[in-house]
Write a protein that binds this ligand. Structure first.
Ligand code: IPE
Ligand code: IPE
Ligand code: MG
Length: 237
């Protein structure tokens, strides 16, 4: 097993694990169980996300993708949706202030059209200023895999490009980062919830009951250990 424990604390990865995707679920339940409004759960979740992203950067992961807001999450109360959008703006502002300390190349995946103008401007600017950086960080906002596939097919059709697995991959939001090797979902539910349906074809799925705000570097390590204990056969023997 090429996985190697450094100082019994962190792990070093090899070519088999270069991209991890996270379904960051459980913020609402984390808050409710503490008698707090759900918005506080999203704030705690945003903090956990920053810790996990920094840890993945330290592990020298090539790409990380996180599900921050789905195409279905608009069904939530306006107050909660607005709080999530505020947190995204705050996060982008904080990244802009600390740009020199990081090697992250930001990409916002999903349909930006219905997002507020101030957020769209910040997304564009952060992507532009970080595009030479090393680690890809895809943040899925107003993302739904079915909508992504419809958009990809429509792009191919209107360009007159023939349909193939490769042309579809190239028309997806993730064309620059490829498929995740592992998808981690926190919060205890055993489903994909319209995340990376095409890209998940051979991803290892890892589910944990931990709620996202409680998820941290040692939980990333546990998922990585589990990944390396599995045999990926891709249909072979
Ligand atoms: C995930 O946490 C964050 C988003 C979907 C935006 P939830 O808000 O879904 O938390 P639970 O699942 O209700 O606990
Ligand atoms: C998935 O969580 C979306 C995000 C984590 C952004 P949801 O809480 O929206 O998923 P369901 O409703 O439990 O399937
Ligand atoms: Mg949820």
């Amino acid at each position: 097993m090429p996985l190697f424990i450094k100082n019994k604390k962190s792990v070093t990865l090899d070519e088999r694990l270069t991209h991890i995707a996270f379904i960051m679920d459980g913020n609402g339940r984390w808050a409710t169980s503490r008698g707090l409004p759900r918005e506080q759960g999203h704030r705690a979740g945003a903090k956990a996300f920053q810790t996990v992203a920094q840890y993945c950067e330290k592990l020298a992961l090539r790409a990380m993708t996180v599900y921050a807001f789905s195409t279905e999450n608009w069904k939530r109360p306006t107050r909660e949706v607005e709080a999530i959008m505020d947190l995204l703006e705050e996060y982008i502002d904080s990244c802009e202030e600390e740009l020199k300390d990081h090697s992250v190349q930001f990409h916002f995946i999903g349909d930006r059209a219905p997002l507020r103008a101030s957020l769209k401007t910040k997304m564009d600017r952060l992507e532009e200023t970080t595009r030479e950086n090393r680690m890809v960080l895809n943040i899925a906002v107003n993302y739904g895999a079915r909508a992504e596939l419809c958009r990809a097919f429509e792009t191919l059709r209107s360009n007159g490009t023939s349909i193939s697995e490769q042309s579809i991959c190239e028309a997806l939001f993730t064309a620059h980062s490829g498929d995740p090797d592992m998808i981690v979902r926190t919060g205890g539910d055993l489903r994909i919830s319209n995340f990376l349906l095409w890209q998940a074809a051979y991803a290892e799925l890892y589910f944990t009951d931990k709620l996202w705000p409680d998820f941290g570097p040692s939980d990333v390590d546990a998922a990585i250990h589990e990944f390396y204990s599995r045999q990926r056969r891709y249909g072979g023997v």
